[in-house]
Design a protein around this ligand. Structure first.
Ligand code: SF4
Length: 409
């Protein structure tokens, strides 16, 4: 979607979202920035545990457990701030790096102390984000972190792909174990945390509460980046910002499958989203409006996965291609019932067979379409869909959200 993204500061002011003026070091410090660095590592870890902070990159792994695993490992350690936002429907990480680079650096300094890392690296492909963080490091006058210019790509930010890239290889996932906390950059125990997770760690010490950044898009509206408390309902969020979710949502960006309109009542928490078979993921929600079609949305997302997968696991590149082909045939009105049966089989059988989560996300897209939209499937088998015929084709055209261009203060 080629419409500029809007920043919506929550009522009463946001913790991470403060508008779209880039925050320099003076502003950061004046607003209480870097105060997290005055707390002892133990106090910070206790606060992270108590808040139940989970990673904001997509997988939602408990942050305290990651930190403890790296602390328990022996030898020199590395911190990697993951700023590689390969998810097309999300802009929150680039917002933080472009607009609040010192908050990200504060989180990096905090995490570095927590695990005793002697090397801290920001991994990012977005050039304006890299520039903003480099400028922020210069403002601080100390080389406390490196910026690694990553290759852009959906799988480039997967944590084993990131380690491989920093070590000089291709940005493609590797088999696990070992995981980066065991053997990461240069073979050292490595803590990989998403840039919002790092910012949240710093903010927790000031606000004593959590929150999450949400990118809301779809239904022909200008996308919105905002900040919410956990537990807000997608339907309320969509209504508040004028989005039509009359035919459901894509949840967790492209990673949480399709949800029916009734899922709009599900609180946005990790637990509640998991309970309905989806994921909170990176907090990106795409509203599927009444003029849209869930079959077309699934076809576009699966075609994206077919292009974006790393092409190294046979089950993934053949499986996503086959599933994309079947759903594309549904969209075109040329599918037959046997193709839908095969789609259901693939969606079940291929799960867990890739080296990273991309294949699972593709399976979930197909599975959730079949589960939540049986009437639409039947209709598409019976006759071509008029809505599909009117819609533009391609996830990049329809669902890619453009990052926010910050103003200089
Ligand atoms: S599962 Fe797919 S995207 Fe992931 S490593 Fe294998 S081929 Fe690449």
């Amino acid at each position: 979607m080629n419409i500029a993204t809007r920043v919506a500061v929550p009522d009463g002011g946001g913790m991470a979202v403060r508008g779209n003026v880039r925050e320099d070091l003076a502003r950061h410090l004046a607003a209480g920035g870097d105060s997290a660095l005055h707390h002892s590592p133990e106090a910070v870890l206790t606060a992270i545990r108590a808040a139940g902070l989970r990673g904001r990159g997509g997988a939602g792994f408990p942050v305290a457990a990651k930190i403890e695993a790296v602390r328990a490992a022996s030898g020199p350690r590395v911190l990697v701030a993951n700023g590689e936002e390969g998810e097309p429907a999300s802009v929150k990480d680039r917002y933080l790096m472009r607009t609040r680079p010192h908050l990200v650096i504060e989180g990096m300094l905090l995490a570095r102390r927590l695990v005793g890392a002697d090397r801290a690296i920001l991994y990012v492909s977005d050039a304006p984000s890299a520039r903003s963080v480099r400028q922020a490091l210069n403002e601080r006058g100390s080389p406390c972190a490196e910026v690694f210019d990553a290759e852009p790509g959906f799988v480039s930010g997967e944590e084993t792909a990131l380690v491989r890239a920093i070590d000089g290889g291709p940005a493609k996932p590797t088999a696990k174990p070992p995981r980066p906390f065991e053997q990461g950059v240069a073979g050292r125990p490595t803590l990989v945390l998403n840039v919002e997770s790092l910012a949240r760690m710093a903010l927790l010490t000031r606000f004593r509460r959590g929150g999450l950044l949400v990118t809301l898009s779809g239904s022909g509206r200008a996308p919105v980046l905002t900040e919410i408390r956990h537990g807000v309902r997608p339907a309320d969020l969509a209504a508040r910002h004028g989005f039509d979710a009359g035919r459901g949502f894509l949840a967790g960006g492209f990673s949480g499958g399709l949800l029916p309109p009734s899922a709009g009542d599900t609180p946005l928490t990790h637990e509640a989203m998991r309970a309905i078979g989806s994921t909170l993921g990176c907090g990106a929600l795409v509203a599927i409006g009444r003029d849209d079609c869930p079959v077309a949305a699934a076809a576009d997302v699966l075609a994206f996965f077919d292009r974006a997968n790393a092409g190294q696991c046979g089950s993934c590149f053949r499986g996503t291609g086959a599933m994309a082909g079947a759903v594309e045939a549904l969209r075109a009105g040329t599918a037959v019932a046997e193709q839908v049966d095969r789609l259901a089989q693939w969606a079940r059988q291929l799960r867990g067979r890739g080296a990273c989560g991309t294949l699972d996300a593709a399976c979930l897209t197909a599975d959730s379409l079949l589960l939540h939209f049986p009437d639409e499937i039947r209709n598409h088998l019976a006759e071509p869909c008029a809505r599909c015929a009117r819609l533009p084709v391609g996830a990049d055209t329809r669902f890619r959200v453009h990052p926010i261009e910050p103003e200089e203060g």
